[in-house]
Design a protein around this ligand. Structure first.
Ligand SMILES: Cc1cc2nc3c(=O)[nH]c(=O)nc-3n(C[C@H](O)[C@H](O)[C@H](O)COP(=O)(O)OP(=O)(O)OC[C@H]3O[C@@H](n4cnc5c(N)ncnc54)[C@H](O)[C@@H]3O)c2cc1C
Length: 546
């Protein structure tokens, strides 16, 4: 039966809910978005200061591991029935669906977390490199296999457009420079002061950050197909390739240097590994714990109040909830000098996503794990999504077939899929209750006509998420799938800072703070917090002096 995912995701305790550590009931009577449960940890030192983290997305979980390693007692409060946020998992009719991220880059950031805790990532998660990284299918039926290995990439460019081989070298040289300057040098800078911004200006000039990534790709490639292949990457983090800074060419460089990977068992296996690590380090993850507001005393965050009325005290509060939502709703009664409601409203937000999850009773062995299907229009479609905010008749899609790598994610002889289509966020006023099903049917028709013949007869289970579901399920402001749009003037110092500019002892981690969305971005935001939150022992000494 077809259903919107918001009312059909597995509830706590339902058979097959894929959470690794044992769970026990939390305090009764906490009515909220999901029944309350606790992933219990060893109690930390009872005198250690406590960090409360709102949300268990990749950013929140990474922050929890880092704060535990710094000596804090850590409690993660998650309103859903499982950790992971956008990376949550649901199972249906024997199929396992990763709800969100599937392309895993920068595995070194995950390895680093495990190493901090004295463990080995590879002992908990089996990450497999993808080769080729993914296939990009053009509307005329031809394709480009995006290769990691340099010689294979040259051959692929030569096959599509022989005159562009020289351009590939020039593009990758620039992209590598953006990776070194934009990610390695600036990614972990906290950007707390104008001084940090001024210090970054020479690097921004060297990266010619004022150009869009599409302009950069157009300078190096004559073929329009290759311009699209080497400029679409910002869409993976919610940005419009026509306006997002060319600094984000660091993504192709990151993919080439560190590879594109998939986790056996799905991305959910990484989330389960992180949750297990937190519990083993003595942290606690409370599921079904819906934070209604951040408690502020004398302009300092001192804990949170749950929707149930329960008060949870803390010395430091970290919000992994959507930043706009945090300021607008969790701090609504607090005077905010910088991120007041007007500024939050006026910021630009990423596009929304329509994500359709489906299982087929047959296999499609010719379809690779990751596939991008570009539609007939590129620039114009992006304009519809980001500028004009209309639901177009055509689309460009990302098709995910995890069973290409791990057949255990579907019943024998079957395939698990999801397909996502970038769409305008909720400001567009699209009535998803009536538009979703016809939209899904159009996508199904397109896939059936192209890469999945016989699809309509093969589907045996399905559900979808619309931007309206992103708002109600993840509390995503305007239903934006990736938080604040990564425009130049919404990046680095201009983005909401990791240390709140308005409330002391409040920190932000995740997609809408620095450096931005995507698994590498939010893992790096936790790393930034590690650099600005003092070790627990120093907080204890400061409290003793006060
Ligand atoms: C469909 C999709 C596909 C994607 N594909 C990729 C990909 O292939 N590769 C990649 O790198 N990135 C991808 N991304 C982006 C990536 O998933 C996100 O940027 C990243 O996971 C966001 O992590 P986060 O730490 O910001 O937290 P989120 O995942 O946004 O989690 C925040 C958590 O906070 C909780 N929360 C919010 N408010 C409250 C409250 N008041 N009380 C308690 N809890 C609260 C929410 O329930 C949620 O669990 C994709 C995203 C989507 C949606």
């Amino acid at each position: 039966m077809l259903q919107s995912a918001s009312d059909a995701l597995p509830l706590a305790g339902s058979p097959g809910t894929p959470i690794a550590p044992p769970l026990r009931e939390a305090a009764p009577g906490e009515a909220r978005s999901a029944p309350a449960r606790v992933m219990p940890g060893r109690a930390g030192s009872s005198s250690a200061p406590r960090v409360v983290i709102i949300g268990s997305g990749f950013g929140g979980l990474a922050c929890a591991i880092r704060m535990l390693c710094k000596g804090y007692r850590v409690t993660v409060l998650e309103r859903l029935d499982q950790p992971g946020g956008r990376a949550s998992v649901f199972t249906q009719d024997g199929f396992t669906f990763d709800a969100g991220p599937t392309i895993v880059t920068a595995p070194f950031l995950l390895e680093e977390l495990w190493a901090l805790a004295g463990r080995r990532f590879a002992d908990d998660v089996d990450l497999r490199p993808m080769n080729p990284c993914y296939r990009i299918r053009f509307d005329d039926g031809t394709h480009f296999d995006y290769q990691r290995e340099p010689q294979a990439m040259i051959e692929e460019v030569r096959r599509v457009s022989p005159q562009d081989v020289g351009g590939l070298h020039a593009f990758m040289a620039e992209a590598d420079r953006c990776f070194r300057l934009g990610y390695e040098d600036l990614g972990t800078v906290a950007f707390e002061s104008l001084g940090d911004l001024f210090a970054a200006l020479p690097a921004m000039v060297r990266m010619r950050a004022w150009r869009s990534i599409y302009q950069m790709a157009s300078r190096h490639f004559k073929s329009e197909k290759l311009r699209q292949v080497f400029s679409f990457h910002p869409l993976l983090i919610g940005g419009n390739p026509m306006s997002v800074t060319s600094v984000y060419s660091l993504i192709p460089s990151l993919e080439r240097i560190h590879g594109v990977h998939s986790a056996m068992g799905g991305t959910g296996a990484i989330v389960r590994g992180m949750a297990k690590l937190i519990v083993e380090l003595g942290g606690e993850i409370r599921l079904g714990a819906d934070v209604a507001r951040i408690r502020v005393v004398d302009q300092r965050a001192r804990g949170v109040i749950l929707a149930s009325g329960e008060r949870v005290d803390a010395d430091i509060v970290v919000s992994n909830a959507d930043t706009a939502w945090t300021y607008k709703h969790l701090l609504k009664a607090e005077p905010r000098r910088v991120w007041n409601d007007r500024k939050v409203e006026r910021a630009a937000y990423s596009m929304g996503l329509f994500v359709w999850y489906f299982g087929t009773r047959r296999r499609y062995p010719d379809v690779p794990h990751h596939m991008i299907l570009l539609g007939p229009r590129y620039r114009e479609l992006l304009g519809d999504i980001f500028d004009r905010k209309v639901l177009a008749d055509d689309f460009s899609l990302y098709l995910h077939r995890p069973t290409a790598t791990d057949p255990s994610l579907a019943p024998e002889g079957c395939d698990t899929f999801y397909v996502l289509s970038p769409v305008p966020h909720l400001d567009a006023g699209i009535d998803w209750a009536s538009r979703a099903e016809p939209y899904r049917q159009r996508i199904a028709q397109m896939l059936g006509d192209t890469v999945l013949p016989g699809l309509s007869e093969a589907i045996c289970t399905q559900r979808y998420l619309t931007p309206a579901d992103f708002e109600s399920r993840y509390l995503a402001f305007k239903g934006a799938a990736f938080g604040m749009e990564p425009k130049l003037l919404q990046s680095a110092w201009f983005r909401p800072h990791n240390r709140s500019e308005d409330i002391r002892d409040l920190y932000l981690v995740g997609a809408s703070t620095h450096p931005g969305a995507g698994i590498p971005g939010v893992l790096t935001s936790a790393k930034v917090l590690d650099s600005i939150i003092p070790p627990a022992a120093r907080v204890v000494r400061a409290q003793a002096v006060r």
